[in-house]
Design a protein around this ligand. Structure first.
Ligand code: GRF
Length: 220
């Protein structure tokens, strides 16, 4: 039996990935535990969701460009107060800075709506549609100083269907995210995935990861 993996989730938006993690955590077999949710947007629906779950919900707003280094330090302090083992960026629409990276080395995980290293940045599904790829998906990766460049932990593929636009593709990708992200947290909590440079899989990690990686809508 492993101790639960304490996780702080950072989210700017509606928080469907946060909901997926919370739902997974409600299961008896759950190995991860959300201890707080932090947002750069005081009115983020993700914070309301956290409150509804009786979790600490904290806003650390960025007050303009000049505030960025101080904001980064405030964010690191706010997150560190909960002593998480892992920090999850679940739709956190800011680049975390040096203070966060120094405080949580190899412990910040991001979910991105594309099969990295393709289609980095904020509009992965739109880039995939524009490029005409037939397969897209999501990536869970460690965060480094670049934008969507850190070591890949797991990926799930989804088909691009005829007639898809960025929104319909993103919706399908998100269904995969909601499986993949909790699966990665579970693997970390069980000690089956070890974060580090590089991250590695241990022992019985392969089945969980393989299930997540192979997750895709059935072919028709
Ligand atoms: C997700 O698609 C994630 O990949 C991206 O931002 C989106 C957040 O969605 N980084 P939600 O707020 O979890 O619904």
């Amino acid at each position: 039996m492993h101790a639960p993996l304490d996780v702080v989730v950072l989210a700017s938006g509606r928080g469907s990935n946060l909901r997926a993690i919370l739902d997974a955590c409600a299961a008896e077999t759950c190995t991860a535990r959300v201890v707080a949710v932090v947002s750069d947007k005081p009115d983020a629906p993700a914070l309301a969701l956290a409150r509804a779950h009786h979790l600490p919900a904290i806003a650390v707003a960025l007050e303009g460009k000049a505030d960025r280094p101080a904001w980064d330090a405030r964010l690191a302090d706010a997150v560190a107060a909960f002593a998480p083992k892992v920090v999850v960026l679940a739709g956190f629409m800011r680049i975390v800075g040096p203070a966060m990276l120094a405080r949580f080395p190899n412990a910040i995980v991001n979910v991105h709506p594309a099969l990295l290293p393709a289609f980095k940045g904020s509009d992965g599904p739109a880039q995939a549609i524009a490029a005409g790829v037939r397969l897209s998906g999501c990536t869970v990766h460690l965060v480094d100083a670049g934008v969507d460049t850190g070591p890949i932990l797991a990926q799930a593929a989804v088909r691009v269907e005829p007639g898809d636009d960025a929104a319909s593709l993103h919706a399908r990708i998100q269904r995969a995210e909601h499986v993949l992200l909790p699966a990665v947290l579970d693997a970390i909590a069980r000690g089956a995935m070890v974060l580090g440079a590089p991250p590695r899989l241990v022992g019985d990690a392969a089945p969980t990861e393989a299930r997540a990686v192979l997750f895709a809508p059935p072919l028709r």
